[in-house]
Design a protein around this ligand. Structure first.
Ligand code: SB7
Ligand code: NI
Length: 188
């Protein structure tokens, strides 16, 4: 099982590399990694398991964060509706590509955090409000998914990891908390 000890932190060179395309079909090793990454997210969102193994809660994880420089990521965004057990968006995305996006940008009201960053970095992180992402799943099946709002932000954060980009690279260093023109705040 993946724990926080497996997650590399900022300063590690892998986090700044462009990850390599994954060849399909996946090797057994990468199938296992993909399943472990998705399981990590589910574990991290389970209060008992998270406490027992000292996991920080996460809605996404990218392979470079476990020091594997391959274009593979997992997301598990729970439903915003507490009545529902169906996650809002969950799965493993292989060789994901944003094929189109809205002009409209958005950001999270409290900025972003990262499992690979052990400090708070305040600031507005501009993201596309809507994206269309193409990717392959674990079985090598191609998907085209339209995402908006929070799941779209999470997928953009994870795809950034595949390109060696950290969320704070997108914060304006001159004016970290100023809302740029044309950006809305998600949920406001
Ligand atoms: C806030 C948090 C995340 C994505 C977008 C906004 C995920 C944090 C966990 N990760 O470090 C995943 O790379
Ligand atoms: Ni991250």
């Amino acid at each position: 099982m993946i724990t926080m000890d497996d997650i590399i932190r900022e300063g590690h060179p892998t986090l700044r590399k462009i990850a390599k395309d994954v060849k399909l079909p996946l090797t057994q090793e990468l199938v296992q990694l993909a399943e472990d990454m998705l399981q990590f997210l589910k574990n991290s969102q389970d209060p008992e398991i998270a406490e027992k193994f000292e996991l920080r809660g996460g809605v996404g994880i990218a392979a470079p964060q476990v020091n594997v420089s391959s274009r593979l990521l997992a997301v598990h965004v729970p439903s915003s509706d507490e009545e529902s057990d169906e996650p809002e968006f969950s799965g493993v995305l292989i060789n994901p590509k944003i094929i189109s996006h809205s002009v409209q940008q958005t950001c999270l009201p409290d900025g972003e955090g990262c499992l690979s960053v052990d400090r708070e970095v305040p600031g507005i992180v501009p993201r596309h409000k809507r994206i269309t992402v193409e990717y392959y799943d674990i079985d090598g099946i191609k998907h085209k998914e339209r995402l908006r709002g929070y799941p779209a932000i999470v997928v953009q954060h994870e795809i950034d990891h595949l390109n060696g980009i950290m969320f704070y690279d997108r914060i304006d260093p001159e004016n970290p908390l100023a809302l740029p023109d044309g950006i809305d705040i998600l949920g406001a």
